[in-house]
Design a protein around this ligand. Structure first.
Ligand code: CU
Length: 423
């Protein structure tokens, strides 16, 4: 592994070199747009208001329109999933996202608007087969188990304002309908270590399922390499109607402390209390905790070795009774070479009480289950900013004896996919 390049210097807005910007045209680049929330490298910003290592790659097509800086990015995947065993199934579907950002200064205030759309409602309300995944509902009556729910058409419609309050400090406000509250690591489709995988993590509802929340208001303070933020948000997960915008309730709270001690590393710890998150169990509230470390080691010209180590815990509060806490652990890593190969891998363990529910209940006994997956993508580049990749991925699911009858023992699942990346 070659030595990492020197850390990117923290930029303040006045140092931004706009001369490289192709006015009116589109250019692929990294540091064309300043950070939305403060005086630090834009590459630090990930989904919602979350952080990743400063040395992470920041893709996108950039251009100017008057005083506005614009950025666009798309990652669309046509996937065929085949999951083995009695609870498995196979299906072809379209996943991914299209994102647009606009940013400008108004006096000393920086305004950023962000919109993110997903093609996933097209896959149908029951989502796609994915062994050991659970959460949300297809029809408002039954829980989706061993299937990943489709994401909503509107994944994010947000605005943020930040004001400098010192040389390296700022205060910010972020509003989203939908948006992502201050909880967990960046959402998996934006998490550098695994964003190339078409497979959702089975730890989604521990760590990052709040990434689409209908109503988020976050305030935060940035001081150098630290960020402290708190959100009021709507606790309820998205319902089975994936094309609408749901009414916000702002009945839940989250807080997160983030720290990028060196340019290769991003750490966070967060807490959330969710009021009635599950549609099928409206009387139940939930507390979640998470901690994560994201590591990025650059190599070559644009190559990155990116990894995630994360832990999440959720605890359900039923009227008069707290169920025991359920934990999830994740380790992810990807090697993105300059061209044309990408390798990615993930290992997960979750304690899940939704896989074998008691009659008339969403929950049953908790089981500790695991999954290990490995994938590879071969890319072909068209022009400066369009990439088509072909990939395959295989995953082994591990279940304890109590689930052997349901799953037929440990099982293989696999995916083949074609993806289009723009920007
Ligand atoms: Cu999700």
């Amino acid at each position: 592994m070659p030595p990492a390049p020197a850390p990117a210097p923290a930029m303040d807005h006045s140092q931004m070199d706009h001369s490289k910007m192709d006015h009116g045209g589109m250019a692929a680049g990294t540091h064309m747009m300043p950070a939305a929330l403060g005086a630090f490298p834009a590459s630090r910003e990930a989904s919602g208001t979350s952080w990743q290592p400063d040395l992470e790659r920041h893709d996108g097509l950039h251009s100017m329109a008057g005083d506005w800086m614009l950025m666009g990015h798309a990652n669309l995947q046509l996937v065929y999933s085949d999951q083995g065993g009695p609870r498995g199934a196979s299906k072809g579907f379209l996943a991914g996202m299209v994102m647009g950002m606009a940013q400008r200064e108004i006096g000393r205030t920086r305004l950023q608007l962000r919109a993110m759309l997903s093609p996933e409602p097209l896959m149908g309300k029951s989502g796609y087969p994915l062994l050991l995944a659970s959460g949300e509902t297809a029809d408002g009556v039954t829980q989706l188990t061993d299937r990943q729910h489709p994401h909503d058409l509107f994944m994010e419609l947000s605005a943020s304002l930040s004001v400098p309050i010192g040389a390296r400090s700022s205060a910010f406000v972020y509003l989203g309908l939908p948006g992502e509250p201050a909880f967990g690591p960046p959402a998996f489709m934006h998490r550098a270590a695994i964003l190339d995988s078409p497979e959702a993590p089975i730890s989604h509802h521990w760590l990052d399922s709040t990434h689409i929340t209908y109503g988020v208001a976050t305030i935060g303070l940035v001081q150098g390499n630290w960020k402290l933020e708190a959100s009021r948000f709507s606790g309820r997960e998205p319902d089975q109607f994936r094309y609408d915008i749901e009414a916000p309730t702002f009945d839940s709270t989250a807080a997160r402390l983030s720290w990028n001690p060196i340019p290769q590393l991003s750490l966070q710890a967060s807490w959330a209390f969710l009021r009635s998150p599950e549609q099928l169990e409206p009387q139940t509230d939930q507390t979640r905790l998470s901690a994560s470390a994201l590591v990025t080691i650059p190599f070559g010209t644009e190559g990155r070795w990116s990894s995630t180590l994360a832990w999440g815990q959720r605890r359900a509060h039923e009227p008069g009774e707290d169920r025991h806490p359920l934990n999830a652990g994740v380790i992810e890593s990807s090697l993105r070479f300059d061209a044309p190969w990408t390798l990615f891998a993930r290992g997960e363990v979750t304690e899940n009480d939704e896989l074998l529910p008691n009659p008339g209940d969403v929950h049953g006994d908790p089981f500790t289950v695991g999954k290990v997956s490995l994938g590879v993508i071969r890319d072909v580049r068209f022009g400066q900013s369009r990439v088509i990749g072909i990939g395959v991925q295989a995953a082994r699911s591990f279940v304890p004896a109590g689930l052997d009858a349901a799953y037929g023992g440990d099982r293989w699942g696999g995916m083949a996919f074609v993806r289009l990346k723009i920007g």
